[in-house]
Design a protein. Structure first.
Length: 91
């Protein structure tokens, strides 16, 4: 399943907004079974902060361990945030 992150906005910066995005995705987008691969597509995202990522992306990674991958991550803020999230999830 491919999820276009830009549907949540192109500037993703606050913890409350990240939590709201995760809860919305969990209720309406994410599959109920955790065996399906999840591709998070960052095309069109201009800014991704670690706080938003921690509240949304980290939760998706926890719910779908080993099944979450990323696409269109060329944006420097997306790259930096994903690096931080990957490091903190491996602890």
């Amino acid at each position: 399943m491919r999820i276009e992150i830009k549907k949540f906005g192109d500037i993703l910066t606050s913890r409350p907004a990240g939590k709201e995005a995760y809860l919305s995705a969990r209720a309406y987008i994410l599959p109920k079974e955790s065996d399906e691969e999840i591709i998070l597509d960052f095309e069109g995202v201009k800014v991704l902060s670690p706080s938003w990522g921690d509240e949304c992306i980290s939760k998706v990674m926890e719910e779908y361990p080993g099944k979450t991958s990323f696409d269109h991550t060329e944006n420097p803020s997306v790259q930096a945030t994903l690096d931080i999230l990957k490091r903190s999830s491996s602890k």
